[in-house]
Design a protein. Structure first.
Length: 415
């Protein structure tokens, strides 16, 4: 039997169950909740069956007129059948090394807690470690967030161990080596979208033509935010996430720029800034990407039609259809649940403007003064085009969970 372990049962964990129940690649799912929930297993079934963003599970699987899909709830065994797939729920341990995957025949685990992100920590770390899953019997672990090494002064010098890798499906998923890698980060929802926006531009322009880039993600709320204002925990420096998510636009940070360099190494050569703004919606997010591109004296100028043509062709050529291109006028709810849409390029809103940037060579470091003195005019003007590109993504089910499901299956196929 093919079994998948899922650690954590928040937004990503629950929707991962939805995905794999519908996909039916795995014969059994083993979900570690880590604690008692409500009064009985019936309460977990209630949580699984309903979702405020995506509706009823039975409607998601079979349409609105379908019958209930959860059956055979066994409190003593901690099991239920969801649309014909056996799902076991573990409610005893939260530390990965104590979960006991070996006892349940689980070799592959998807950790969706967002808590165990440092692959340098030993498996017996008192606060838990992603390596604890391997200690508990798993062979491979897929993490639903970017890695974060807490101790930058560790013996590893902040570098990643050789048995871990970060991948985005459709970008660098072939960098996963089943013989070497034990722990795989599926990056983040924002990095996934951003990578699929950037990759087609790199394929056409190359990194030299892209002078600089910046992005802002207008991001839906997440479970780390508060419904009402609350005092921050000890040591918390960002006070804004403790403000009411329902009443505020909240400035925050994103690690998308850092993680993007792991999946598209050419980004190391480009000045890049990434920011995030949280808004009071449940799901459905947007990346606004601003690029500065150097124009060439010969060749086609960078215009809106050229950029849209790049995305239109890239979407048509994408064998997995992760990249979508549209010229319709969308709002965020239009892309919720859209299957495996890593990025939906809003071609209607692509904009470009070209202007000349004036550079005084006397102020450019590295140019010798005797060379400058031979020039009639040390002032040069360089044509630069600024392009603004919009890309939608469903940060929960439609983009991230579905693509993580693809990553999970491809890892399982090579075990």
């Amino acid at each position: 039997m093919k079994k998948l372990g899922i650690n954590g049962f928040g937004r990503i964990g629950k929707l991962t169950v939805w995905h794999h129940v519908g996909r039916k690649y795995f014969d059994e799912l083993v979900v570690n909740v880590g604690r008692n929930v409500g009064t009985s297993l019936e309460d977990i079934a209630h949580y699984v069956e309903r979702d405020s963003s995506y509706g009823l599970l039975r409607g998601f699987l079979h349409g609105n007129n379908s019958s209930p899909v959860i059956h055979d709830i066994d409190e003593a065994a901690g099991t239920m059948t969801i649309d014909g797939v056996k799902v076991s729920f573990l409610r005893s341990f939260r530390n990965p090394c104590e979960i006991g995957w070996k006892d349940h025949g689980v070799k592959l685990v998807a950790d969706t807690t967002g808590q165990f992100l440092d692959p340098t920590l030993p498996p017996d770390h008192p606060k838990g470690s992603v390596r604890g899953h391997i200690e508990a019997g798993a062979d491979k672990v897929i993490v639903s967030a970017p890695f974060k090494i807490k101790d930058k002064k560790s013996e590893l010098g902040g570098t990643m161990p050789e048995d871990v890798v970060t991948t985005v499906m459709g970008i660098n998923d072939n960098q996963y080596d089943p013989r070497r890698h034990k722990i795989v980060s599926n990056a983040s929802c924002t990095t996934t979208c951003l990578a699929h926006i950037m990759k087609p531009l790199f394929n056409v322009f190359g990194p030299r033509k892209i002078l600089s880039a910046s992005m802002a993600t207008v991001h839906a709320a997440t479970g780390s935010q508060q419904v009402l204002d609350r005092l921050p925990k000890t040591g918390v420096e960002d006070l804004r996430k403790n403000r009411s998510v329902m009443n505020n636009i909240i400035l925050t940070t994103t690690g998308a720029a850092k993680t993007l360099r792991l999946v598209i190494p050419e980004m190391e050569n480009i000045g890049f800034i990434a920011e995030s703004v949280r808004i009071p919606t449940a799901t459905g997010s947007l990346i606004i990407l601003v690029l500065n591109l150097q124009e060439e004296l010969s060749g086609e100028s960078v215009r809106r039609e050229l950029i849209n043509g790049i995305y239109r062709q890239a979407a048509a050529d994408d064998p997995r259809k992760y990249l979508h291109y549209t010229e319709k006028q969308n709002v965020s709810s239009d892309i919720i649940g859209l299957p495996r849409a890593a990025a939906v390029i809003e071609g209607h809103e692509t904009h470009t403007r070209t202007a000349e940037v004036t550079i005084d060579l006397k102020n450019v470091p590295g140019i010798e003064q005797n060379i400058i003195s031979t020039l009639k005019n040390p002032i040069i003007r360089v044509p630069v085009t600024q392009a603004v590109i919009y890309g939608w993504y469903d940060n929960e089910m439609g983009s991230y969970v579905n693509m993580m499901g693809d990553r999970t299956v491809t890892v399982a196929e090579n075990m």
